[in-house]
Design a protein around this ligand. Structure first.
Ligand code: C5P
Length: 397
């Protein structure tokens, strides 16, 4: 969402990671960004301008004297509408050129001629020894000092057969970093605690009771909060999802474990968002051995109530700003308002319909002291972005 409408000048310098830049352009364009590709002569040894032009939908520039720009001021014209210059891949030699203010080709000249307010982000890509060489390390430190944002490199196998730091970040991670870069930092300096996913209440070592929560909404909210600049801790029940980057994740199984993990971490938090679908009941006597199928009648289970994590946090002497979720199968609008009051929380988020479990999109309604506010159907990621804006607004009225 945050990349939509952004003008990105994507510069490619020479390196085998140029093939990943093709995927990066696709991702940027898909996210709604306008991408102007500029290539050095060496980059064109690795991937053709035709490929980059087809993917970006715009002519590619590489020559300072390109006659398509009538005043021969490509190094000025190409950046004046831009929101950022991204160099991916950025070779060791191109880092050197940036450090020294070189301007002997179009890409280095336009970096040098960029307005002071235009961000420059570079994704280094090179052999591990080149990256670790003191010369490159000096250049990396100088670039940071000059206000250039370094994205990566990361460790791993390299095209040359060696292993170590120097790989360019994967296109997906670069997209994530760029999204985060442009994301409004409404929760900067805030500490946010989130519960996500289902809980699993054991019956015996191989059986248990759980629910259909996939964790998608909670993970999307954790990701959005982290992008908004918050320090995020997520306590997650069992899910098949990868925790968002930059989110400290505590994995739990049962409601009791979720309660303990939340209580251990809540004291310094500014916001608590209870997204988890917590089991209301746990089995009283969990069998240490697998319960055998018996000839006699089916076994019966007895239950005891689990602690209500959200209500417990809301009842603390100095609670964080508490946000609850509700998934009702009927009368959501009536129950939602009542549930917010019952849990004694300032904001409750209702899922419209209870068929949301596992889906990628959702439709929400917010209940607060002022009444109801609908958040129309959208992807869970987009709704998470909206929700973070709504929470941030309420923290600083
Ligand atoms: O009461 P109900 O389960 O409908 O409330 C749902 C809200 O309360 C959700 O925000 C859920 O994460 C939270 N909850 C909790 N601990 C429980 C049960 C629900 O934190 N034991």
């Amino acid at each position: 969402m945050t990349l939509a409408g952004k003008h990105i000048v994507l510069g490619l310098s020479g390196g085998i990671a140029c093939y990943k830049a093709a995927e990066l352009v696709r991702g940027l364009v898909k996210a709604g960004a306008q991408v102007q590709v500029v290539m050095t002569a060496s980059a064109q040894q690795f991937i053709t301008p035709v490929t980059m032009q087809a993917l970006s939908g715009r002519p590619v520039f590489s020559n300072q004297w390109d006659s398509r720009i009538s005043n021969h001021m490509a190094h000025i014209d190409l950046t004046r509408e831009a929101d950022a210059i991204v160099i991916a891949p950025c070779s060791a030699d191109f880092m050197r050129k940036l450090v020294h203010g070189a301007a002997d080709d179009l890409l280095s000249a336009l970096c040098l001629a960029r307005p002071a307010t235009l961000p420059l982000l570079v994704a280094p890509a090179m052999n591990v020894e080149m990256w670790e060489n003191p010369a490159t390390q000096r250049n990396a430190a100088q670039l940071r000092q000059d206000g250039v944002h370094l994205l990566g490199p990361v460790a791993g196998e390299q095209a040359c057969g060696e292993t170590g730091l120097g790989r360019m970040m994967e296109p997906e991670s670069l997209l994530e970093s760029l999204t985060s870069f442009f994301y409004p930092k409404q929760l900067l300096g805030k500490k946010v605690l989130i519960t996500a996913g289902p809980t699993f209440e054991p019956i015996d070592p191989v059986r248990g009771i759980t629910n259909l929560s996939s964790g998608k909404m909670g993970y999307a909210i954790a990701r959005a909060a982290a992008m908004a600049g918050a320090t995020v801790t997520m306590v997650s029940g069992p899910t098949a999802l990868t925790p968002p980057s930059g989110v400290q994740t505590v994995s739990v199984t049962t409601a009791r474990q979720m309660y303990d993990a939340v209580m251990a971490s809540v004291s310094d938090k500014d916001v608590f968002i209870a997204v988890a679908a917590v089991a209301d009941w746990q089995v009283t006597e969990v069998s240490a051995q697998k319960i055998k199928k018996q000839d006699a009648a089916a076994p019966s289970l007895s239950f005891k109530e689990n602690p209500d994590i959200l209500a417990a946090v809301a009842a603390l002497p100095a609670p964080p700003y508490c946000v609850g979720f509700a998934a009702e199968s009927e009368n959501l609008l009536e129950y939602g308002a009542a549930k917010r009051l019952k849990k004694n929380i300032p904001l409750l988020v209702g899922n419209i319909g209870h068929q949301t479990f596992g889906k990628d999109d959702n439709e929400l309604v917010l209940f607060d002291a002022q009444g109801q506010h609908p958040l129309p159907r959208a992807s869970k990621d987009q709704l998470a972005d909206r929700l973070i804006i709504e929470i941030a607004k309420r923290l600083t009225p």
